[in-house]
Ligand binder design. Sequence first.
Ligand code: NAI
Ligand code: MG
Length: 349
Amino acid sequence: MADTLSLAVIPGDGIGTEVTAEALKVLGAVLDGGPAKVETTEYDLGARRWHATGETLPDSVLAEIRRHDAILLGAVGDPGVPSGVLERGLLLRLRFELDQYVNLRPSVLYPGVATPLADPGTVDFVVVREGTEGPYVGNGGALRVGTPAEIATEVSVNTAYGVERVVRDAFRRAAARPRRKLTLVHKHNVLVHAGHLWRRTVEAVGAEFPSVTVDYLHVDAATIFLVTDPARFDVIVTDNLFGDILTDLAAAITGGIGLAASGNVNPDRTTPSMFEPVHGSAPDIAGQQKADPTAAVLSVAMLLEHLGLDDAAARVQGAVATDLGRRASGEISGPRRTAEVGDALAALA
Ligand code: NAI
Ligand code: MG
């Protein structure tokens, strides 16, 4: 990659702005004097802009964002914005327009981090969630709304092309990990049309990856094993809706929403990929410096890895592991301000 990394930054609303400031602080520290410089352009998008102008993502802004190497997003939304406006108009629109078909969500239980599970074992898996199809495409409609005869459809779209490319990405990732195991999660005993397309695609692409062991779970069984035996998972590949739900459960068992990072990735690199913490804007703690910026910082590590800056990514991950270890040992106790956590991680990175 070029020695100047151009980054589009969308801090968003609520704690989104607070955690993004710390993520950028750590990014600056880890690249200081290193192989790449970072140039950021900040975009005011989210609830604040929608309240002010009614805009979610103007075409001209999308065109500008498209010219960057990557996107860092905090979180968007507040209770005053009707449900769906920013999700569909901004977040999903970015994923669809930029063809970010791999939604990547790693789940690592760091040593000493509190988990609701009594005996989780070693938890280190990644969910490869399809990002541009499934029931999230907006292929549906409603008739006779508000009457007793209302009809609502929300059609799940699965194309051979779309399934194949995400399955192939998941196999590549599995082949590069030590355990080389891929679990397809679907519900092909009931969702026979989409499910069998996924199943056949995994079989066909799997033939090209003989080193990878393939497993299959129905999504309901997957929720059981995520709680009773999460250590069995290495790479999970699944559709947009199942992946959305499973990754919240995965975050819950690995230390909570303050640690969960994600990437909306275009593996073909024809458009910028977008990295963001899984959490939202947390209006209940916004503006109080109470948010844990670790999820945003780990999203920066994913961004660096995507751009081929593996050493810098490893240093950010190492800083987080050290900080979490200090929390677990009691060396750090009591609540810290968002900026204090950011300072500590920047110093360690
Ligand atoms: P949320 O993730 O914002 O908050 C859920 C709970 O987790 C809250 O109690 C919050 O205080 C806590 N929390 C979240 N992040 C935290 C952190 N880093 N450190 C410590 N505690 C943290 O989810 P919620 O409340 O359902 O949604 C709030 C708003 O965020 C809504 O407007 C929603 O639409 C939006 N949202 C946006 C997302 C995005 O921008 N990608 C994702 C999820 C929700
Ligand atoms: Mg979700």
